[in-house]
Design a binder for this molecule. Structure first.
Ligand code: AP5
Ligand code: MG
Length: 214
């Protein structure tokens, strides 16, 4: 099963991907998480990506594509994968197709998480992420049991550098300009289903699991 999650920043891709990956038994591949991990380790890739991420701009296609190409060749992807945050441009979508064709594989589903800009802004300004394990919380929607501490691993929760209001607004602009075109791209190929992500997360997950199990 090869699934792509599309949707604006804050729609809940990362939150839902963790549950879907666990239920479907496939790895969750988040390009944003990969860049943040690289940055945590101070690698050249992480430092290069930071310049773009801090501004809410996209990392150049060739950098992202090379990283994904390497990742999907790992043994845990033999049963499939769930892509979160990739592809994000038409060039990335075309490169993904090339990679899959070379491996004799196809995309099974593209799930398009729809969410209003007002909801996204509230979700992103209140998001907290665990520094150690990456678990996602929200100060009011999904608070941790103890403020500032991860329920899963007791790690410290922090606010992502790109979750400042100005950067969020630019990320939304970049999404509309560079990524939203992928909705029609995949709809034309009859791969895409719209998902209401402006509802409690269990409802969004249920909509998606029906499709993934079909
Ligand atoms: P990335 O990390 O992918 O960020 P993003 O797309 O902006 O998406 P987010 O992670 O902000 O949102 P999400 O949809 O995952 O929401 P979440 O589940 O956390 O990318 C970051 C940067 O990396 C990019 O700007 C770019 O620079 C670079 N990059 C990454 N991939 C790239 C690519 N392919 N090409 C080029 N550059 C790339 O939820 C948000 C909050 O809402 C949380 O607090 C959560 O608890 C809460 N929440 C979630 N669902 C619900 C719900 N149903 N109800 C109430 N609250 C909810
Ligand atoms: Mg995310």
């Amino acid at each position: 099963m090869h699934v792509i999650l599309l949707g604006p920043p804050g729609a809940g891709k990362g939150t839902q991907a963790v549950s879907i990956a666990e239920k479907a038994g496939i790895p969750h591949i988040s390009t944003g998480d990969m860049f943040r991990t690289a940055l945590k380790h101070g690698t050249p890739l992480g430092l290069e990506a930071k310049k773009y991420m801090d501004a809410g701009e996209l990392v150049p296609d060739d950098v992202v594509v090379a990283m994904v190409r390497e990742r999907i060749q790992k043994p845990d992807c033999a049963k499939g994968f769930l892509l979160d945050g990739f592809p994000r441009t038409i060039v990335q979508a075309e490169k993904l197709d090339e990679m899959l064709v070379q491996a004799g594989l196809t995309i099974d589903r593209v799930l398009n998480l729809e969410c209003s800009a007002a909801t996204v802004l509230k979700r992103l300004t209140g998001r907290r992420v665990c520094k150690a394990c990456g678990a996602i919380f929200h100060v009011t929607n999904m608070p941790s049991k103890q403020a500032g501490v991860c329920d899963a691993c007791n790690g410290v929760l922090y606010q992502r550098d790109d979750d400042k209001e100005d950067t969020i607004l630019n990320r939304l602009e970049v999404y509309n300009r560079q990524t939203a075109g992928l909705i029609d791209h995949y709809r034309r190929r009859a791969l895409l289903t719209d998902i209401n992500a402006d509802v409690p997360r269990e409802e969004t997950l249920a909509q998606m699991m029906v499709l993934i199990r079909a």
